[in-house]
Unconditional design. Sequence first.
Length: 122
Amino acid sequence: MVKSLQNTLDLKSLNTYYKLLGFAGITQDLELDDSHTFNLVSDADTLQNPSVLLYQTQKTKALKEAEVNANSIEWINVFAELENEPEQDIYRLGVNIPLAIFNDKSEEKKNLEFKSFRRQNF
């Protein structure tokens, strides 16, 4: 089974080779160097294919939109106080965490839309 598959692949590669020779208009038999190996470039950032670039920009746009739409905690303020009075000592510890419950970040979204509109038209 494996041997017949190998023979089929060899026959297909020879047929492709002769088709390429016929397409190029070569009538004489040429010897090709088959010891050379071709390495594939796996780094997609170096490709200049417009489709690849389009998908990369869509990916970065989606990540930026997700970043804007995220209701994450932007900062935390921790504080401590000590008051020494004659009859008592007062210790205060506090944490200030802004919760983004009702913040829909509409201003940031409008700014991003305006910037993208400006980039497209100017």
